[in-house]
Design a protein around this ligand. Sequence first.
Ligand SMILES: [Zn+2]
Length: 289
Amino acid sequence: MVSSEIGLGDVRIVPIVTSRFRLDGGSMFGSVPKVLWERKAPADGSNRIVLNVNSLLVETGGQVVFIEAGMGSKFDSKQMEIYALSDRDAVAGLRKAGVSPEDVDIVILTHLHFDHAGGSTGLNESGDPVPVFPRARFIVQEEELRGAREPLPLAAGSYDLRDFEPLIESGLIETVDGDEEVAQGVFVERTGGHTKGHQVVRLLSGGEEALYLGDLVPTAAHLRLNWLMSWDLEPEVVYEERARILADAERRQVRVFFCHDPEVASSRINRHSPSSYELVESTVRKAVC
Ligand SMILES: [Zn+2]
């Protein structure tokens, strides 16, 4: 039993911090003035804020599902410094929860940006990228894979072919088109917005429900509908989907999981104003590092 673990009906959920890094704060909050976002996310001397990748281990129906692979370990020392990347990774986190990479049946990637898909592959002794989860089926939206392999100019810098081409070569990628149940009680739902093929993950068991938001709402600060990231390729779609999905999560008190929040792994939410939501403090589960 891991302390951060959450029961959802018959499903075991273990949040795992697979990466901890720093990224320019301005890029995480788009047009929001720094005087506002800095209250939520203090910046360092290089204007960077601390971010996690909070992945999820989900055990359901005899299957091991892993949501979001994190940044991985393929970075050189200069990149490690740029991102102030700590040396944690998905494999170490999973082992702590009693799971080895060979045990993972399904990996769900909300999208293929390097901070989400990077941990899917690692470098072998010759320095070539190879799959980290040798048996897993990787579930990605068809549109995401297409957009990652032939990215538009503004999207290209967010993808690294080494994160997913080895998966394609090994026949491990399984694309879906739209909404689908991919394991017992585990549903992917395409939202688009952040990328055209971005998806969120809904977990259902025993009448209980949880929702992994991916980069639709990366941190609790982004519970403000108009606090969009510079990385959002379709800002209006992010706004609309965020409004729709958060209103539903609030109404039915669904536990939501934040992919990049350095403090909060998950929480229930309440409406704070017509255009923002807030955490229900008594339900907050910390991101345990
Ligand atoms: Zn991200």
